[in-house]
Write a protein that binds this ligand. Structure first.
Ligand SMILES: [Zn+2]
Length: 759
């Protein structure tokens, strides 16, 4: 039985085996008779898919340092800073052509432009704005109409002192000294019984923006504003006012800081929309009427040097307020309101105009990524400058061109970035961050879908102490990583050098928000941003003294600020490595935990609703907000837990990538990257920042109001500042309640984005 069973099975096995063999033969004949299917396409596809997992370094920090050429930076700097180039002038038009020419000659780049038609503020003619002190005997003392010593510099097309977008006017009256022009400075003068109505306010730079000073002055009845740079604010060394330009970098008494006094960035005629030919434009007369919040100052404003400010201060009477002011001029600071004997009045004459339809030319150079061409890393700088602009921002323009040249060189050597790189030369930044903002408004959906990060280099070099990188929390670690990857000039890494420089201070990076071309990227598009600049030792100057004056020239840069252009080279090296890091790293180097921690800090340090001063008339919203505020806290706790989960998932994936695992699905990495790329965007709310509809980021936006209360969130802070002034209006408290609710919703929204789940 056993044996016969075995043989039967053998027989059956042979029959099946033979049958199969015959079938195979027939199959093979049939197969051979047909042309073989083309698997080369599939194979190519599989190869391409596998290649998406490429994660080696294309070039090293050493090779970046070896590639930089300071002579090239110097060449661009001398070409671009040879004459003033504020938008709307011939010097300015030439810079767009220069950029197009240089960038078009580089390997690997495609160059194109995006233009917008925008207004810029200018003076009427040359030197027609000024102030005068008129004596009873007929003597008239005039302010200077232009910086002196310019003839020696041989600069043509000088830009007269201006606070652009302030109205023209010819006003006369007493002068009051209103310190920084903050609301509380005017309150202080009021307490001293100084008559503000009908007066011209003399104010110093700092504390609040140019436009805000004038708006505050107008709110207290002043009819004009004069702004100057007081030595005490880092523009010169009090007590050593002879040690100034051209012997040093300190501002001489004749140096004048120009600037925009517009209160809303970008083209004010097309808020939230790009200034394209078909765009609907609000009329200037309408915009001038807007007061909540205001866009333009209602009164004329004019900037002067501290030499001229001293002439005015010297004839003021009234209370001695030197201990309140803490200024740096060798003079008693008096509240004013009346003049010294012999002086009859002061007069301020401002002749400004708005030049409409200026062509803002943004020049772009794109290097396509070979693996993920539809994901972009951007690096931008603005090309316009108030004067020759050797510091602001021509130092950055020259560095951008050198970064482009280095990338072109690596491209020629065979390097291809994983993601696309887009270099952006912005226009009309100095008149309220216009060129970049219009482009962001124009391409908003595409930017939000495709942009991994925006890197900003405005002023590349304003001192020779150390590089200083700032970033939003998502990218602060990455900004430092780029420094870790780069060798320092004298051994060690650039990060070690950076740490040494900032060790005795808190070297935590800050979040740049509202004063350069990164603004629209973080405030409107809500994409991650980084900013860098080589800065002076903050012990000596928090900024740079010749800022926006006609003395920002090539000799100052080359002989005083950055001899040998060493600092320029360092910023160029950092820029290239930052671009490499963000365009090449397979798993994007974001730090969500830092973002959540930043928001948590804001919440914890915020003044709670119970102390906001709800009036009885708005009690129903008070009760509502108290509950919402508790919900805010628990939403953050849930967010922290979610962020921790994401953090460990990222770490695990990164470990597999570092270990060279072969089984990582590129599609899932891409999905992971995309989800994280849009984390910040969940904070963007088109409707909740009611004070300014061009701003959307509920956490990282500038404020429009001066606030004393700590609320941590700009929209909330603005609303509370308004509520303080109009505390009995129920409507504003309703808006506050709505805003808090929107904030909590956005915290949930952020958590959904961190979650690895469906809808
Ligand atoms: Zn600038």
């Amino acid at each position: 039985m056993r044996q016969s069973g075995q043989s039967r099975r053998l027989l059956i096995g042979a029959a099946i085996g033979g049958g199969l063999l015959i079938a195979l033969i027939f199959f093979w004949i049939g197969y051979a008779a047909r042309p073989p299917p083309d698997t080369s396409g599939l194979q190519a596809l599989a190869d391409r898919y596998r290649a998406l997992g490429r994660h080696e370094r294309g070039f090293t920090g050493q090779s970046v340092r070896a590639a930089v050429r300071r002579d090239e930076i110097g060449r661009h700097l001398s070409s671009l800073a040879s004459r003033p180039h504020i938008a709307g002038t011939p010097g300015h038009q030439a810079t767009a052509d220069y950029f197009r020419d240089v960038l078009s000659g580089l390997p690997g780049f495609e160059v194109f432009t995006r233009n917008y038609s925008v207004p810029v503020g200018m003076t009427v003619g040359q030197g027609e704005s000024l102030f005068t002190i008129v004596y009873s005997n007929g003597t008239v003392v005039e302010s200077q109409r232009q910086e002196k010593e310019l003839v020696k510099l041989n600069l043509t097309d000088q830009v007269p002192p201006i606070l652009s977008f302030t109205p023209s006017g010819n006003v006369s009256g007493p002068v009051v000294f209103a310190n920084y022009g903050k609301e509380r400075d005017f309150e202080y003068l009021q307490q001293l019984n100084v008559t503000l109505s009908g007066a011209i306010a003399l104010m110093r730079y700092g504390g609040v923006g140019r436009g805000k000073k004038l708006v505050n002055a107008a709110a207290y009845g002043c009819i004009g504003g004069i702004v100057y740079s007081d030595p005490a604010d880092g523009w010169a060394v009090p007590g050593r006012l002879d040690d100034v330009y051209p012997n040093s970098w300190w501002l001489p008494p004749t140096g004048v800081q120009r600037g925009s006094a517009k209160m809303r960035q970008a083209d004010p005629q097309t808020p939230a929309y790009p200034s394209l030919p078909f765009a609907y434009r609000d009329e200037f007369d309408e915009i001038k009427q807007q007061t909540d919040p205001p866009v333009f100052s209602p009164i004329p404003g004019y900037p002067v040097g501290y030499g001229d400010a001293m002439k005015l201060l010297g004839v003021l009477e009234g209370a001695n307020i030197s201990s309140y002011v803490k200024g740096g001029l060798p003079i008693d600071y008096r509240a004013g309101g009346s003049f010294a004997p012999g002086v009859d009045h002061a007069r301020l004459v401002v002749n400004n105009r708005i030049l409409e339809g200026v062509n803002a030319v943004n020049v772009f150079a794109e290097m396509k990524g070979d693996l993920e061409p539809d994901r972009y890393v951007l690096l931008g700088n603005h090309r316009d400058a108030w004067g020759a602009g050797a510091v602001d921002a021509t130092s950055g323009s020259a560095v951008l061109l050198e970064i482009a040249r280095m990338l072109g060189q690596f491209y020629s050597d065979g390097w291809r970035p994983r993601r696309s790189i887009l270099l952006c030369s912005w226009d009309v930044e100095e008149q309220g961050i216009t060129g970049s903002w219009e482009w962001v408004e124009d391409r908003l959906p595409q930017i939000r879908e495709k942009v991994v990060a925006y890197i900003n280099i405005d002023i590349a070099v304003r001192g020779n102490y150390s590089i200083r990188t700032n970033a939003d929390p998502l990218l602060q670690e990455a900004a430092l990583q780029a420094l870790k990857n780069l060798p320092a000039q004298d051994g060690g890494t650039m990060f070690e050098e950076f740490k040494r420089r900032w060790l005795d201070q808190d070297y935590k990076l800050s979040v740049p928000i509202g004063s350069s071309d990164y603004s629209a990227f973080i405030q409107t598009a809500a994409v991650p941003i980084i900013d860098a600049s080589y800065v002076a030792d903050p012990k000596y100057s928090s900024y740079y003294p010749l800022y926006h004056s006609m003395y920002e020239t090539l000799p100052v840069m080359e002989s005083i600020i950055d001899p040998g252009l060493r600092a320029h080279g360092e910023v160029a090296i950092w820029g290239v490595e930052m671009l490499r890091l963000l365009s090449e790293t397979w798993l994007l180097p974001y730090d969500e935990a830092a973002l959540i921690a930043n928001i948590r800090n804001r919440f914890n340090s915020a003044t709670p609703p119970s102390q906001w001063g709800w009036p009885a008339s708005a009690a129903k919203y008070d009760k509502y907000v108290n509950d919402t505020w508790k919900e805010f806290d628990s939403a953050l706790t849930a967010l922290e837990a979610e962020s921790a989960r994401l953090g460990s998932a990222v770490q695990q994936l990164q470990e597999r990538i570092d270990a060279g695992s072969e089984d990582i699905d590129p599609m899932s990495v891409r999905g992971f990257n995309d989800r994280r790329m849009r984390v910040m965007q969940t904070l963007a709310d088109p409707g909740a920042l009611l004070r300014d509809k061009t701003l959307r980021n509920l956490v990282f936006s500038s404020q429009t109001e001066e606030t004393e209360i700590s609320a941590g969130f700009p929209g909330l802070q603005d609303l509370l500042a308004v509520a303080k002034k109009r505390s009995n209006e129920t409507e504003i408290w309703k808006q506050i309640a709505q805003h808090v609710s929107a904030l909590v919703f956005r915290m949930h929204s952020l958590r959904y984005q961190l979650q690895d789940s469906g809808l």
